[in-house]
Structures are given as structure tokens and as C-alpha cells.
Design a protein around this ligand. Structure first.
Ligand SMILES: [Zn+2]
Ligand SMILES: [Zn+2]
Ligand SMILES: [Zn+2]
Length: 330
């Protein structure tokens, strides 16, 4: 994530800020500029080309800080949400901002990396949409199907998410992680399966396995037998062993974890920008920058008595998989 500063007073800003805590200026995120910009007392920002932007109408509802093209309208990130909890669903609405915040973080990173983010409102077949559902009223399976990503808003509740994480013995479980994983399924569908590139499809199959393997059988086997004992030498997580689709989505999520965390580290001076030069191959970036950085960050967390920031080991075979995912960047 970029380091943002208030254009009025120069104070450091968080991506989620809607007001500068130092000078009180109202703020909005301009997706076109990839910047947090000041808005006037009416919530209006005029960009360099003279276009007029307005604070998203969902600022109060979901904490959305992005700018929208129409007065009283909503932003592009909010447009991606096809279903949200209804106004009577207090539990769902309480967790709704957590999911929307993770989605904005996801979209900002996809923008930075250059991956296309097209909503189903623009392209009903190949576009992307999110159903943010509340499992208080119904059973919700976190999943992707044909461009629709379903998220269980209960995962925004820390105690719930931590309980599930312990049940499944996962080392890491976050709302942002869910969004990154699920969008990995979407991009495999779009950038691999629908690419028309037979060599790419074969390469992905060779590394991740045959994706036509029966999905439900794989799920049943995984939960009955657990992962194969030697999984850490081939997979980034035990969940990735379940099915080739899950392996791809897990690897994709780690690609986004690593890219974002390295960008943040460069922005705040933990990694020198010069250290990235000559490391265009993603595997080199991982072994020479990410591994030492994540080790240091784990130790920083331990200094605070917290769990490791990155509780994963990247095996050589996983580097091959990460390289393929990184090669999909436009
Ligand atoms: Zn300020
Ligand atoms: Zn919005
Ligand atoms: Zn998945």
C-alpha cells in the first residue's frame, strides 16, 4: 500500500481516513489518481482535468472513503457489491464495513498491479460482483462462481473468525485474505481458463494439478483424511492441497500478500526501492527480499508478543507456482 499524505498539511494518512486528523480537511480516495485528495465542505473534489467528484454516498453506512462520479451516487468499489445486508439485519450491517474496507484494499492493489477490475454491471458474463451475506440468517459458504464472490460477513467479527481459524487449525485467517483468495479463483477463470492460451493452461495444470478433478470428492477427502503428510514441500498451505483450484487461489492470495507488503515496506523505508531492481523474476523477489523481510516482521511481531505476521514457509516448488501467477500480471 502506498504511503499517503494530506495535500493540505502534509500529515501522514491511513488509506481508510475520511478526515485528516491533523488539519480537519475532509478527504476522499481518487481511484484515477491513486491518491487521497481533499474535498470541500460539500464533499466535492475537482480533479486536474476539471471533473467533479463527490464523496461516496456509503460513507456513513460502510465507511467508504472513495469518490463517486455523481452527487449522491456511489463509487466503483461499492458498485461491485451486488448484495449487502438489508437494513433490518443489525449483525450483518455491523460487519459490513469490515468487508467493504477489505474490498477497497483489494481493488486498490489490483489497480496498482494493473489487473482489470470490471464489474458485472459493465460485463454480465466476465465481470466481477460480490454478495456480502450475513450468516446470522442463512448458511453462507465463502466461494466464487462465474465471477460472483460470496463473503460471509460474520468473518468480520474477530471472535467468530478466530474460533473458525482454531477449528480449522489455520495459521492465518483475515477478511482481506478471504477477498484475495476468492478473487484468485476469478482470475484463474478469466486469465487462465478463458485466455485461449493452451500452453498457459497446460503449464498451470502441470504445476497445480488437473483442475477437472471432482471438486466435491476432493473436499470430502480433504476433511476426512487431512492433507498429505509431505504437503509443506509442495504447497503454501494445507488448504491448498484440497484441489488444484484451491492451490491456485491460495498461491494467488500469497502473491497479493507479498506484493502489497513489499510495496508498503518500500513506501515506509523498511526496504530500499533499489533492492527491487534486478529482481524482476518474482522468485528472486521472494527469496532475496520477501524472505528476509517477512522474517524480520515476524520477529517484530514477537517483540510485541504477537503472532507471526507471515506464518508460512515457501518451498521451492511453491516458488514455481508463484512465478506462474506473477506472469499473469498485464
Ligand atoms: Zn491535513
Ligand atoms: Zn463507495
Ligand atoms: Zn477457494
Amino acid at each position: 500500500m502506498k504511503a499517503y499524505r494530506c495535500r493540505v498539511c502534509g500529515n501522514a494518512l491511513y488509506f481508510e481516513n475520511s478526515v485528516c486528523v491533523s488539519c480537519g480537511t475532509g478527504l476522499g480516495y481518487s481511484r484515477g489518481e491513486r491518491e487521497i485528495v481533499p474535498v470541500d465542505e460539500n464533499g466535492v473534489y475537482v480533479d486536474a482535468e476539471g471533473w467533479i467528484w463527490h464523496v461516496c454516498r456509503n460513507l456513513g453506512l460502510s465507511g467508504c472513503t472513495w469518490l463517486a462520479p455523481l452527487a449522491g451516487g456511489q463509487c466503483v468499489s461499492c458498485d461491485l457489491t451486488r448484495t449487502r445486508p438489508n437494513d433490518a439485519d443489525a449483525a450483518g450491517l455491523a460487519n459490513f464495513p469490515v468487508a467493504e474496507r477489505a474490498k477497497r484494499h483489494l481493488v486498490a492493489e489490483l489497480d496498482a498491479l494493473g489487473f482489470p477490475v470490471v464489474g458485472k454491471n459493465e460485463d454480465p458474463i466476465n465481470g466481477l460482483a460480490f454478495d456480502l451475506l450475513s450468516s446470522t440468517a442463512q448458511q453462507v459458504l465463502i466461494a466464487h462462481a462465474d465471477g460472483v464472490i460470496t463473503i460471509d460477513l460474520a468473518e468480520g467479527d474477530d471472535s467468530h473468525r478466530e474460533r473458525v481459524r482454531r477449528q480449522l487449525a489455520e495459521p492465518y485467517r483475515t477478511m482481506l485474505g478471504h477477498f484475495r483468495h476468492e478473487v484468485g479463483h476469478y482470475y484463474e477463470w478469466q486469465l487462465v481458463e478463458r485466455s485461449g492460451d493452451d500452453a498457459l493452461v497446460a503449464r498451470v495444470r502441470d504445476l497445480f494439478g488437473d483442475e477437472t478433478a471432482d471438486y466435491q470428492e476432493s473436499v470430502d477427502r480433504h476433511y476426512a483424511e487431512g492433507p498429505p503428510p509431505a504437503w509443506p514441500s509442495d504447497f503454501i498451505s494445507s488448504y491448498a492441497t484440497m484441489h488444484p483450484y484451491e492451490d491456485f487461489a491460495e498461491t494467488w492470495a500469497h502473491y497479493l500478500h507479498i506484493c502489497d507488503t513489499i510495496e508498503t515496506s518500500v513506501e515506509y523505508g523498511l526496504v530500499r526501492a533499489a533492492d527491487l531492481i534486478g529482481r524482476e523474476r518474482f522468485r528472486d523477489l521472494v527469496t532475496e527480499v520477501w524472505v528476509p523481510l517477512s522474517t524480520a516482521l515476524n520477529l517484530v511481531n514477537r517483540s510485541m508478543g504477537a503472532d507471526d505476521l507471515y506464518p508460512f514457509v515457501i518451498a521451492p516448488h511453491v516458488l514455481d507456482k508463484l512465478d506462474v501467477v506473477a506472469s499473469l500480471r498485464p
